[in-house]
Write a protein that binds this ligand. Structure first.
Ligand code: ZN
Length: 502
């Protein structure tokens, strides 16, 4: 049975919060900017220190999947010996708990980074580990693996990205920043391997785009991709038929919606991997966008039975993830994770617009959605929204802020026009950040108080009187609200139950 509407709302919040939706937010924490101090320091050390001849280093990563044991073996090989390898991605940092190094190697934890080092300290050219398939969620990081119900697997390559080291005394630097990485995947000779549009049986090579460490999902299996126009789909045969049908029908519709609303056509043809997940009692969604790729997972028995509520949730999930193709792939967000409030806030707000456009939400339900987000923001935001510590508020507060901006810019392109200008800027320059977005907002806004409110939320939070502040900004955005007492503090509700002004 699908959950009741009340339970659905609670689960929906959880499900979307659990959607560690992709984008540059998930770029490796340790990935340096091209001209970072770390890169410069590496170059200096390499040209003057004892390991100067160690650059450039050829790197190859060999990954084998063994179906019989449902486990993986990874070997990193370098042209020059290295005293250790440092993993790019700090989150999750549980490799040292689950990944078994070959004899002679051990794990070193260093300020939240994981490193593999030889026991004897002697530099070497090869490092090997084995690890079991792990499809658990670890925080908001992408799952290492996803399981298809027929035994197929996905593997997130970014979790296996490493740098060789150059050490001078006690100081070690990454010596191969920006160097190309060549991957070679293996499995049983009769089993298929795929990276995006490239596939082969038993063995597949992949040259990772140079300097782009966002990674991809390797697919191990033999399902043929389905041509769905704007997408190639790889759908788990265990997905309920109605979810398969909705996915095939909705993805092209949603791409058309986003392209029309943003005014930028999708210039790539993504692969979509949709897996069934396990049959846990309550449902959950996990999704991710990566370069030219969307990963979707539907977990839980509830999905087996079609119904309007879950159909709406699935629609929103697809709308959210496909919008990340614009705000994380076509336009790349700056590396600073604090900008995630904008990529998640805009994805969740635009998903609401898509729901309303498809008449899956009427105006009253749309307003109720904004009120729910605003109350969620009230309940969770304890400081600036533009802060790594505010990540639990990125969705709700981001949706509220985007709503306020959309109403203020009505008649001037709305929030989608502002986002389009932001994306165009990023396409010309490489990335976009919150500061770009605010500058463009200032250029379009006619009421300086609205810009001041948005800046306040980002820079300081909801102020000394959070409920009053939220009621004021929503009222100014044409949603007349009042405060109602609640157990955890006042909440915003529609004023007098009246229909909101349009
Ligand atoms: Zn997302």
């Amino acid at each position: 049975m699908p959950p009741s509407p009340h339970a659905l709302l609670a689960l929906m919040a959880y499900g979307l919060a659990a959607c560690s939706c992709g984008g540059p937010a998930e770029r490796p924490a340790s990935e340096p900017a091209p001209a970072s101090a770390a890169a410069a320091a590496t170059a200096t050390a390499s040209s003057s220190g004892p390991s100067a001849r160690a650059t450039p280093a050829a790197r190859s990563i060999d990954v084998a999947y063994e179906a019989a044991t449902d486990s993986w073996r990874a070997t990193w090989a370098f042209a020059e010996p290295t005293p250790g390898i440092l993993f790019d991605r700090r989150s999750p940092s549980n490799r040292h708990e689950a990944w078994k190094p070959e004899p002679g190697l051990h794990w070193v934890m260093d300020h939240g980074s994981e490193r593999l080092s030889p026991d004897d300290g002697a530099p070497r050219t090869e490092f090997t580990v084995t690890f079991p398939t792990d499809d658990d969620s670890h925080g908001r990081a992408p799952p290492l693996n996803l399981r298809f119900s027929n035994g197929d697997r996905l593997l997130f390559t970014s979790q296996l990205g490493v740098h060789a080291l150059t050490c001078v005394g006690d100081r070690c630097d990454r010596r191969d920043v920006g160097e190309p990485r060549g991957w070679r995947f293996h499995t049983d000779a009769a089993r298929g391997l795929r990276v995006l549009a490239s596939s082969a049986k038993g063995e597949l090579a992949w040259d990772e785009p140079r300097g782009d460490l966002r990674g991809t999902y390797l697919y191990v299996g033999d399902l043929p991709p389905v041509d769905a126009g704007a997408f190639s789909l790889l759908l788990d045969p265990g997905l309920p038929e109605w979810l398969r049908r909705d996915t095939e029908r909705l993805l092209p519709e949603l791409v058309a919606f986003h392209a029309r609303e943003v005014g930028i056509q999708l210039d790539l043809r993504p692969f979509v991997f949709a897996s069934r997940g396990d049959a846990s009692p309550s449902w959950q969604l996990r999704g991710r966008t990566l370069p030219a790729l969307i990963q979707l997972e539907a977990k839980g028995v509830d999905w087996n039975e079609a119904g309007p509520q879950l159909a709406r949730v699935w629609f929103e999930f697809l709308a959210h993830e496909t919008f990340h193709l614009w705000n994380a792939q076509l336009a790349r967000r700056a590396e600073d994770a604090r900008n995630e409030w904008l990529s998640e806030g805009s994805a969740i707000y635009v998903a609401g617009l898509a729901l309303r456009h498809a008449k899956l939400l009427d105006d009253a339900a749309f307003d109720a959605r904004i009120l729910r987000a605003s109350n969620g923001c009230l309940a969770t935001l304890k400081g600036p929204l533009f802060d790594a510590a505010a990540d639990a508020s990125y969705y709700d507060c981001g949706e509220m802020v985007e709503f306020v901006i959309d109403r203020h810019l009505a008649g001037k392109g709305g929030v989608l026009g502002l986002l389009a200008a932001t994306f165009e800027l990023a396409r010309g320059r490489g990335t976009y950040a919150t500061s770009d977005y605010l500058t463009l907002l200032e250029q379009r806004a006619t009421d300086a108080a609205v810009v001041a409110d948005v800046r306040a939320v980002l820079d300081t939070g909801l102020g000394a009187d959070p409920p009053g502040f939220v009621a004021r900004v929503l009222g100014r955005a044409g949603l007349p609200v009042e405060l109602a007492p609640a157990k955890d503090g006042p909440k915003v509700v529609l004023k007098g139950g009246a229909a909101p002004a349009r």
